[in-house]
Design a protein around this ligand. Structure first.
Ligand SMILES: O=C(O)C(=O)C[C@]1(C(=O)O)C=C[C@@H](O)C=C1
Length: 164
């Protein structure tokens, strides 16, 4: 009686093991299948952090004018690059030493970039460079190549980088 019972349990164990093995094989196959589909769909789509440069000048060290010019510059960069602000990693502004009436970052917030990390700094005083100048570097997560980036230089800053 005991021998018959032990034989039956052994047989059941073997069946259970085979069933579990088949189930795990099926799961592995499914995983491989999903990985292959994912790789095919994402083929060639690589998101990289790239920089968009821009600069503009104001005519006086005036808060409202700084805000207006920052808004104008950011709007132009958005338009040229079809930017989605969700994809912006961070934005760095610089102002020439003659500009202290307002932070360009405050202008960017007024423009609507409330969730974008913003930072400002002072540009070095270079005698040959345009005065009253606000520069920006936008760090953008994009699948574009460097040549696809449109940099925007407005007003007195238009002469700064004629090569790009
Ligand atoms: O692109 C500008 O805004 C410039 O003034 C040019 C330049 C450069 O030589 O690349 C010079 C100084 C700035 O800090 C950033 C860039």
């Amino acid at each position: 009686m005991t021998v018959i019972l032990a034989g039956a349990i052994n047989r059941q164990n073997r069946i259970n093991n085979i069933t579990m093995y088949k189930a795990s094989r099926k799961n592995t196959n499914l995983c491989v299948y999903y990985m292959v589909v994912y790789l095919i769909l994402s083929w060639g789509v690589v998101i990289i952090l790239r920089g968009i440069r821009g600069a503009t000048t104001v005519t006086t060290n005036n808060r409202e004018e700084i805000f207006e010019c920052v808004a104008e510059l950011l709007a132009a960069i958005l338009r040229e690059n079809l930017l989605n602000t969700e994809d912006i990693g961070a934005v760095i502004f610089s102002s020439t030493p003659d500009l202290n009436a307002a932070f360009p970052a405050a202008g960017a917030r007024k423009f609507g970039w409330t969730q974008v990390p913003l930072f400002g700094t002072q540009e070095i005083e270079c005698p040959d460079a345009p005065a009253l100048c606000i520069r920006v570097l936008i760090l953008w997560n994009t699948d574009l190549r460097q040549q696809g980036i449109k940099n925007v230089y407005l007003h007195g800053a238009a002469s700064l980088r004629q090569d790009i």
